[in-house]
Design a protein around this ligand. Structure first.
Ligand SMILES: NC(=O)c1ccc[n+]([C@@H]2O[C@H](COP(=O)([O-])OP(=O)(O)OC[C@H]3O[C@@H](n4cnc5c(N)ncnc54)[C@H](OP(=O)(O)O)[C@@H]3O)[C@@H](O)[C@H]2O)c1
Length: 221
């Protein structure tokens, strides 16, 4: 039976991905802040949560992230940024996933195909940005994309069959988006998760280090 590890399994997309993979007959292991105390604002919780894991996983998904942190939501203009708000975005959306990626190698097989998908966001694309706004979240996701790309290059040396990539999930109905999206532009989480499952499991080593959307189409950096 294939095994998946979902970090952020308590989230809207993380929980739906767990459902989608269970339905496909996978063995699922979920980790989250709520269930295992893995809190990116306290980096020491990351190695202790990961140390509980034994063996390897065919797929690892980092499904964590935040748009509003504390009471600070995405800024409408650069004039609204604060140092603390930006630092919090970096901590949760870029540094936390980086610390997971720094340890993920030991959780992956070296002798067969494996996948690491990291949930990013299209708004982190510099090439696709025509609207401005949301600068701290955008910057943190752009940093995340660089971290994923760099990790993919390094991991390929020890795991030549690995696909490690950033993934935009589309606009999905979850607690993260609730205050911001009109429902007609969004997709229920389970429907999105089924699409994401297909994109993730359709990737192979030639896709490593890239940035895909929910349709499997490349997103510009
Ligand atoms: N929903 C969308 O339309 C959309 C669009 C583009 C990108 N994304 C990205 O997709 C990912 C998942 O989003 P979602 O919609 O599923 O959000 P969500 O429902 O709010 O879930 C967020 C997940 O991240 C975890 N998390 C938040 N802050 C954390 C911290 N400090 N330390 C550890 N874990 C933390 C949450 O844990 P708790 O349960 O403990 O809070 C939860 O598991 C995010 O990276 C988001 O940026 C989502």
């Amino acid at each position: 039976m294939k095994k998946i590890l979902i970090i952020g399994s308590s989230g809207g997309i993380g929980a739906a991905l767990e459902q989608a993979y269970l339905r496909k007959g996978w063995e699922c292991k979920g980790l989250s802040r709520q269930t295992h105390g893995i809190d990116f604002t306290q980096p020491e919780t990351i190695p202790s949560a990961l140390s509980l894991l034994n063996g390897t996983f065919d797929t690892v998904i980092i499904a964590t992230g935040a748009l509003t942190i504390g009471r600070v939501g995405p800024e409408k203009t650069i004039r609204a940024i604060t140092g603390h708000g930006m630092a919090d975005q970096m901590q949760v959306n870029a540094i936390g996933p980086a610390l997971i990626l720094s340890q993920v190698g030991r959780l992956l097989p070296r002798d067969r195909q494996a996948r690491v998908a990291v949930l990013s966001a299209r708004v982190g694309s510099i090439g696709d940005n025509r609207l401005g706004g949301w600068i701290s979240y955008r910057a943190a996701k752009a940093a995340l994309n660089q971290i994923v790309h760099t990790s993919a290059i390094e991991l390929a040396r020890s795991h030549p069959l690995l696909a490690c990539f950033s993934l935009h999930p589309g606009t999905v109905e979850t607690p993260l988006t609730k205050p911001f999206v009109a429902n007609q532009n969004s997709r229920p989480a389970l429907e999105a998760a089924v699409m994401l499952h297909n994109v993730i499991e359709g990737r192979n080593a030639k896709d490593t280090g890239k940035f895909f959307d929910q349709n499997g189409v490349l997103v510009p950096w």
